[in-house]
Design a protein around this ligand. Structure first.
Ligand code: ADP
Ligand code: MG
Length: 606
């Protein structure tokens, strides 16, 4: 039996056992199973925020408490349990969204503090707002009823099971599609994710809201089972326990969330004698796992799991040379929709950028013609990367104007540029190391892939089709840059030159009309530079993309570029054809040195 088939069988058997659990489990164990499923719901939600997005939350018990208290209070106000529960979940989601807002600006440690404070505040409110919550004495809730008949506590097992399974399925779909990739991309490199069109603001708050919806559901369902709450249900160490469950199972993995929640709920409950030591056991486990098993229990089996999810290479991409026609013709269109029609000039006008006393760019003006390769050279520290950062909106210039065709780029936020058809690579390589090769390239399609959080959760046919087409296109981009290997391995495990190629494929997946390449040849061997030159030429000739190329490899620049601009100390000192620039006395003095002179022009040296 193949890996995926075995996994599917195991999943079906587990589901069958869960469905039949009331028949074969003694009542107490059945109750423990219900608690396990409730914690699975919360910890899967926590994994979305912590594991996938990389934002620490030390206050998830607060969201559980909000779901629980809201459900109880609304039923006491006369609503049926089945109306109160979704309302409580919604409230928890809204508060999650608000808690996610500071996540946009705060360093991880401060964010952890904010979430901790949030959890404490909920607890203090539950304890002290006596007129609402009855304080320490807690609140009772009437048994939820179905068709006028009150349900026994064990009947709530079914909705709990349904939400746990549905929640897991939804989380699985999210993490395997566009929204989940966006979350992981933010975790790996926020800057790169933004340049590919991922809105950090939208996705971080969305992650928190979604996570709070999970926790709120667990809280609302929990009171359906026990019909009573008080503040003691949600002290700080419960939040820590959730974190421990996520860490022990393996952060960044849904299976890890399930394993962690199951172990840490099940074991102490079944070994009742240890109950007083639960916090101690939890704390020691957390520390031990963070130090010795950083990828959690699931991580120990990780390689095997990953291998079983390997993406099959379609025949046209499996190791064969790149297609000679337009690369993205699979959807019946030319690579960039209407590339020729979008032939627009990039105009950089008197742009200045200073860092404290350093003038990185001094009134630099530059015009780049469509469908050309424009070289940008100059000594280290002359402002080339800063110019890229200003154009891609990662740095705010002190003055000047930048337009691409009709578009005023300075009025666009960084995460809107991918949609305009602007993509870049980074001098210091900004791949998403823990994402697979294929996922890296897929993030490049973020801005134009019609898969929303909702359509991903629902797994709509349209979203599945869009994802399947995106995968096929991503493989074509990988073939275009000459990547021949397994697209299912994490990029961080590959050699440097391969990572460079994948970063380029990811930028091409934007289908850019303007592509900025920041020292793509740095660190490559002679042969690899030759291959890169071929690829860059094809980007201009076959895709019609305008390229700005920063490189110190003069062979590459003078061999490829129509026009070359030379910067020195933030000042444009020369511009022209490769031949003109090579002869320019200022350029020879500041950068090239006499050795780069063509033999016929050696008399021009000063
Ligand atoms: P290049 O890419 O041509 O090597 P850079 O654009 O990286 O040059 O740097 C230009 C100048 O601006 C350098 O003096 C550099 O130290 C300075 N600089 C660039 N980025 C920053 C920054 N974020 N903070 C302070 N100084 C910076
Ligand atoms: Mg640089």
């Amino acid at each position: 039996m193949t890996g995926p088939a075995a996994a599917r069988l195991a999943l079906l058997l587990t589901l069958g056992a869960l469905l039949l659990a009331p028949l074969w489990l003694p009542p107490y164990h059945h109750y423990v199973l219900t608690l396990i499923l409730l914690n699975v719901i919360t910890v899967v939600g926590l994994a979305l925020v912590m594991g996938f997005t990389g934002l620490v939350s030390l206050g998830h018990a607060g969201f559980v408490a909000i779901g629980a208290y809201a459900t109880v209070l609304l039923t006491r106000a006369g609503l049926s349990y089945w109306m109160a529960l979704p309302a409580g979940v919604l409230l928890s989601g809204c508060i999650g969204y608000l808690i996610g807002l500071p996540a946009l600006r705060l360093q991880p440690l401060y964010l952890a503090t904010v979430t901790w404070g949030f959890g404490q505040s909920v607890w203090l409110i539950a304890l002290n707002w006596v007129s609402l919550t009855n304080g320490q004495n807690g609140l009772k809730m009437a048994a939820p009823a179905l068709a006028g008949r009150p349900l026994a506590p064990e009947d709530l097992y079914w909705p709990v099971l349904a939400v746990a399974v549905g929640g897991l399925l939804a989380a699985y779909r999210v993490t395997k599609t566009r929204p989940g990739r966006a979350l992981m991309a933010l975790r790996e490199s926020e800057v790169a994710a933004m340049t590919l069109g991922v809105s950090a603001r939208a996705y971080k708050t969305l992650a928190f809201a979604l996570s709070a919806i999970y926790a709120g559901s667990a809280g609302g369902l929990y009171v359906g089972v026990v019909r009573y709450i008080n503040p003691d249900n949600f002290p700080f160490h419960v939040s820590l326990l959730y974190v421990t469950m996520a860490v022990v199972g393996g952060m960044g993995s849904l299976a890890g969330a399930v394993v962690g929640a199951t172990m840490l709920t099940g074991l102490p409950e079944l070994l009742r004698g240890f109950v007083e030591y639960r916090e101690l056991i939890g704390g020691v486990l957390l520390l031990a796992f963070l130090v010795f098993v950083p990828h959690g229990l699931v991580g120990i089996f990780g390689p095997r799991i990953r291998a079983s999810h390997r993406v099959p290479m379609p025949p046209q991409a499996a190791g064969v040379p790149a297609p000679s026609g337009p690369v993205a013709s699979g959807d019946g269109r030319s690579p960039g929709p209407g590339t020729a029609a979008r032939a627009e000039w990039l105009r950089i006008t008197e742009v200045t950028k200073t860092f404290g006393g350093v003038v990185a760019l001094d009134q630099v003006s530059l015009v780049v013609a469509p469908h050309t390769i424009h070289g940008l050279i100059g000594p280290n520290g002359s402002g080339k990367t800063t110019l890229f950062n200003v154009v891609t909106r990662l740095e705010e210039p002190d003055g000047g104007a930048i337009t691409l065709g009709e578009h005023d780029l300075l009025s666009c936020p960084a995460d809107r540029l991918a949609a305009l058809g602007i993509a870049r690579t980074f001098q210091n390589l900004e791949v998403f190391p823990r994402l697979t090769v294929l996922e890296n390239v897929l993030v490049g399609m973020h801005a134009r892939l019609p898969v929303t959080m909702t359509s991903a959760v629902l797994g709509t046919p349209a979203s599945r089709r869009a994802e399947a087409e995106a995968r096929a296109e991503a493989l074509r981009w990988l073939a275009f840059v000459g990547f021949q290997g397994d697209p299912a391995v994490p990029v961080g495990t590959l050699p440097f030159a391969r990572q460079r190629a994948i970063e380029l494929a990811r930028a091409l997946a934007v289908r850019p009309r303007l592509l900025l390449l920041d020292e793509p040849s740095a660190g490559l061997t002679f042969g690899e530079v030759e291959e890169l030159a071929r690829v860059i030429r094809r980007i201009r000739d076959e895709l019609g993309t305008t390229v700005i190329l920063v490189a110190h490899t003069m062979r590459l620049v003078f061999g490829l570029c129509e026009t070359v601009t030379v910067l020195d100390h933030g000042i444009k000192i020369a511009e022209g054809s490769p031949l003109e620039v090579r002869r320019h006395p200022e350029v020879i003095r500041a950068y090239l040195g006499p050795s780069e002179l063509p033999a016929t022009a050696s008399g021009g040296a000063t």
